[in-house]
Design a binder for this molecule. Structure first.
Ligand SMILES: [Fe+2]
Ligand SMILES: [Fe+2]
Length: 173
């Protein structure tokens, strides 16, 4: 794959992923918005919106084709968020731990790839900002007792697999 295609693929998948993240938190807020964790989730959702806006600008500036799967992530993200929140606060937090641990690897890989492309420093800085905030979401969710969810292992394994599948699809489609 050429360099330009590779960069476009990165922007497309990040744009899709940040959109999915917004939808997950919206789904959680629909269930838990008025609970004690409502403000925490709201804050995360606002940061995801900022992340989305960063990549949305890249999509427009560079004329990157966005994923064709946005309607799917619109529904699937919301459904995952709402379903996790129906398991309770720990369910919502376990979902975030799982998603963000996959995103951590994903952004880490991209940052490594971009090290060899000095002219993409601006893109790299954007990804680094998102990466740092995803790690905050991950750690906040652990502090809020994600691991105490009954069936934590099974649930997070499921969410991680779903997240990896979504990333794989959004690179190509
Ligand atoms: Fe994000
Ligand atoms: Fe996040």
């Amino acid at each position: 794959m050429g360099e330009k295609d590779k960069i476009h693929e990165m922007i497309r998948v990040n744009h899709a992923g940040e959109y999915g993240a917004i939808r997950i938190y919206k789904g959680q807020l629909a269930v838990l918005g008025k609970s004690s964790v409502g403000p925490v989730i709201q804050h995360m959702a606002e940061q995801e919106q900022d992340h989305f806006d960063l990549f949305d600008k890249e999509i427009k500036d560079r004329h990157v084709r966005p994923t064709a799967l946005a309607p799917l992530w619109h529904v699937a993200g919301f459904a995952l968020g709402a379903a996790s929140a129906l398991l309770g606060k720990k369910g919502a937090m376990a979902c975030t731990v799982a998603v963000e641990s996959v995103i951590d690897e994903h952004y880490r890989d991209q940052l490594k790839d971009l090290e060899t492309l000095p002219k993409e420093k601006d893109l790299k800085d954007k990804i680094a900002k998102c990466h740092a905030e995803e790690l905050e979401h991950h750690d906040t969710s652990l502090e809020l007792e994600a691991e105490k969810l009954p069936g934590y292992k099974v649930f997070t394994t499921f969410v991680k697999t779903a997240s990896r599948t979504a990333i794989w699809l959004s690179k190509k489609i």
